[in-house]
Ligand binder design. Structure first.
Ligand code: F0G
Length: 482
């Protein structure tokens, strides 16, 4: 992509789109934000958007749609079976992902459910570069276990390694030999490893994983939810692909996998999801689960309007100017926070900016959930809603013991083409203020802990009156400002 330089030398990401449909936001007073936190159990998932100013919870289903996506929704073909909207989507999947057989599902985790029900049984072990919450819940729910195999560098916060999402090849082979290939139903590679800071893998690493999969005759499954951004970073960082197109990188990656699945809520700025393959045998093994769990095979739980938006969104994944917007804004904010001294995951990855709560809140023990506390504190002082990606997002082990996350992160998601640069500067301003006042933040404890995926609906409370103290300092510094 052509670089655009500023005469004054400033290095800022320039928006290559214009804003034509807008939605009003509300920045409610800090007292109301405190009430909202108590009402939502200090869990940002449980906040109502009427209390949220900048919603950086996730990019899932919140990327801005293009004019062409919205226009396509108008010519959707309503039909239970045989809809032409589905035919258009099938063609988009084949054109963009290079897979002939496509099974529609209502979102990414539905694909994980089907793959786990079909292939995982008691005693199965699924090696992966890193888990995603829902993928892990489905695998363990079917009696299997996950094995995470990253290189040590992946856990280094302040790193310059371009591909922290790479699978550890030596450990992968060792693990397969130790547990025997028959107990390994598939290898899972996640594009842009969500939970360790949106870090990509290289195409070369995926090729090497493919070679191991072939050697032991194990299926290779690619979670392509964040494939567009992974491909964009390959263009930036992998020598072999300098000068390639997004389409070439994406196809090179999907060609290496037996099964590709995705959340269309991310990949194509729509809703929905899918599983696709070129292997008719695999297609037949999975086909029957779609009408059982999702809906008929030509809609899979999605509305036809979303199917149309998804087809157009898939083609737009090939457009570097669209896909680069979020990583470029992330990189801008990571650089700004890093130069102030706020510990953030580096190098800048995709999906969002990840603040290291373990360092920011080094006075809060993991037992009191530093990342959850930091996410709540940030919302309190700014109306910015981030997401806890730490121990609250972990699940208890098979004996019911708490397991502590490798990283305690607060993720500030940067959905595609949603925020303006002045909003990003507001985020920078409030995060740096909070960083300077970090010692005022205290811990959290559970008051309601659901048995599965507890982070979604769990309720917590502060372990002291730290929110009130933080408000007092905010008033001292900002007066009557919202
Ligand atoms: N895989 C990855 C890598 C994801 O990031 C997600 C969702 C899923 C699978 C599941 O897809 O939500 O459509 O069922 N990630 C969202 C997030 C929820 O906020 O990061 P889904």
């Amino acid at each position: 992509m052509q670089e655009i330089k500023f005469y004054n030398g400033e290095n800022i990401p320039l928006e290559l789109h214009k804003v034509r449909v807008v939605q009003k936001l509300h920045l409610v007073p800090i007292e109301r934000r405190l009430e909202a936190l108590y009402e939502g159990g200090f869990n940002t998932f449980r906040l109502s958007t009427k209390d949220v100013f900048l919603d950086m919870l996730t990019d899932s289903g919140t990327n801005a749609m293009s004019d062409n996506q919205v226009a396509a929704m108008m010519h959707a073909d309503d039909a239970y079976a045989g809809s032409q909207s589905f035919v258009r989507l099938q063609k988009a999947v084949e054109d963009v992902l290079g897979k002939k057989y496509y099974l529609p599902v209502h979102q990414g985790r539905a694909a994980e459910n089907i793959l786990s029900v079909a292939y995982v049984k008691s005693g199965s072990l699924v090696p992966m570069n890193y888990h995603f919450t829902t993928a892990m819940a489905h695998i363990t729910g079917n009696g299997g276990k996950i094995v995470e195999l990253l290189y040590d560098e992946a856990y280094v916060i302040n790193s310059s390694h371009p591909f922290k999402g790479n699978m550890n090849l030596e450990k992968l082979e060792e693990m397969i030999k130790l547990h025997e290939p028959k107990n390994v139903p598939f290898i899972r590679m996640e594009a842009s490893t969500n939970l360790i800071g949106g870090q990509p893998f290289s195409v070369q690493n995926l090729r090497d994983v493919r070679a191991i999969a072939d050697k032991y005759n194990i299926r290779l499954v690619l979670d392509a939810s964040l494939l567009g951004e992974n491909a964009y970073l390959v263009l930036q960082r992998e020598e072999e692909f300098k000068g390639s197109t997004m389409g070439e990188v994406i196809k090179t990656m999907t060609d290496l996998a037996d099964i590709v699945y995705f959340s269309a809520r991310k990949l194509s700025s729509s809703r929905g999801g899918g599983i696709c393959t070129n292997d008719m045998g695999i297609y037949k093994e999975l086909e029957a689960f779609v009408p059982l769990y999702e809906g008929f095979l030509t809609y899979g739980g999605m509305s036809v309007r979303e199917i149309e938006a998804m087809a157009v969104g898939l083609y737009e994944t090939l457009d570097e100017t669209i896909i680069s917007q979020s990583p470029n804004f992330i990189s801008y904010l990571v650089n700004a926070l890093d130069s102030y001294g706020v510990p953030v995951i580096k190098p800048a990855g995709v999906l969002g900016v990840h603040i290291d709560a373990m360092q920011v809140c080094d006075h809060i023990s993991q037992k009191e959930y530093p990342a959850g506390a930091l996410a709540a504190a940030l919302f309190l002082i700014s109306g910015i809603r981030g997401m806890e990606r730490g121990s609250i997002s972990n699940q208890r082990d098979e004996y019911g013991n708490e397991t502590y996350a490798d990283m305690e992160l607060v993720r500030l998601a940067m959905p595609r083409r949603v925020f303006t640069l002045s909003q990003v500067k507001y985020v920078e301003d409030r995060v740096t203020w909070l960083y300077d006042n970090r010692k005022l933040i205290g811990g959290l404890r559970f008051v309601y802990e659901p048995p599965v995926l507890r982070f979604f609906m769990g309720g917590l409370e502060p372990t002291s009156d730290w929110p009130q103290k933080l408000i007092a300092k905010f008033k001292e510094d900002f007066g009557e400002s919202l």
